[in-house]
Design a protein around this ligand. Sequence first.
Ligand SMILES: NC(=O)c1ccc[n+]([C@@H]2O[C@H](COP(=O)([O-])OP(=O)(O)OC[C@H]3O[C@@H](n4cnc5c(N)ncnc54)[C@H](O)[C@@H]3O)[C@@H](O)[C@H]2O)c1
Length: 378
Amino acid sequence: MQVVRLGIIGLGNMGKGHINYLAKGEVSGVVISAVSDSVPESLKWAEEKLGDAVSRYASPYEMMDSGKIDAVLIATPHFSHPELAIAAFERGLHVLCEKPAGVYTKQVRQMNEAGSKANVKFSMMYNQRTNPLYVKLKELIDAGELGEVRRTNWIITNWYRSQSYYDSGTWRATWAGEGGGVLLNQDPHQLDLWQWTISMMPKRVRAFCYFGKHRDIEVEDDVTAFVEYENGATGVFVTTTGEAPGTNRLEISGDRGKIVIENNTLTFWRLRVSEKEFNQQFKGGFGGPECWKCEIPVGGPYPDHKGITQNFVNAILHDEPLIAPGEEGIKGLMLSNAMLLSTWTDNWVDLPIDEDLFYSYLQEKIENSTYQKEAQPQ
Ligand SMILES: NC(=O)c1ccc[n+]([C@@H]2O[C@H](COP(=O)([O-])OP(=O)(O)OC[C@H]3O[C@@H](n4cnc5c(N)ncnc54)[C@H](O)[C@@H]3O)[C@@H](O)[C@H]2O)c1
């Protein structure tokens, strides 16, 4: 294969975003061959934007069966990601899937199983994995610069969303349409980076989610979670869409100091000797290890969505390793499912979570939902 023929499913905000850079030829080795959207106006938009050389389908399955594409980019609402990915795998098509991987881990596990059976490339659109700040953080931790991780703390409250945002789509912020709130829509990148950068998933989670606390919505818009890791480390994750001005601060402490990412800078407070070593040798009562504050230079390009798409294309054409392998999408989703489950059961939740229990709670929320809303034009 010389050029990947891509079919894009879902021509909403994100699908259009992908089309914008692809149509300008900013990713090499790929052409948009077809698009699909269930809404006629979106297909009309595609006709005007892309012309007749790009085939248009109301049904994604018809597009997948057309023989005109080698790969799909799934940019539809979350619930449909696993179902569409599985259909693509069954047809031998490569899959690039928008985040989150799905709404509940049970369906994402099925997607991963189908993906592992198909001889195709499968990537998640975790574009933040190309952000030089988090790439550098992972590199430092992988290299052992921070020593053993002891504490993680992410305050991510700068996802401000107004009521008019929630009112702009009937699927948004409903159990039936979206399956969750800030954890599922805004936070998937942070939940992925939280475990990806330290190469560690928590072993258990205790969380407090508040539903419709700041807005007239039925899903969670304010969350505080406490987690424990196998090695004894602990972590806190705080998030909301209802605060202004918000904060985005990730702090990771280890045996050799702490790293903070905030305001687009990465600061490493580096201990001259490890805390453990200092404690063994120091006999002076009060006192602490010598610490150097280092502003770590973080440069280089931030290829963002384009970078993940280019990597996906390169993986298909040249077997380049994937930055965000599709089967890793379940990890961040597991964390958000665990936070909701902990709130619903008012208890600790061990990981991996009881997928059937989460699924039954979610179904109950969907069935008992009395939430009605009319879509407002934006
Ligand atoms: N990676 C990122 O930074 C990022 C940013 C925004 C959104 N997203 C993700 O992208 C996905 C879409 O979000 P959005 O904001 O573009 O939503 P949107 O509502 O603007 O667009 C969704 C589109 O999908 C179409 N659609 C729905 N079901 C379909 C189906 N079965 N077949 C064909 N078309 C279908 C709808 O008609 C609509 O045009 C979400 O899962 C979201 O989390 C990712």
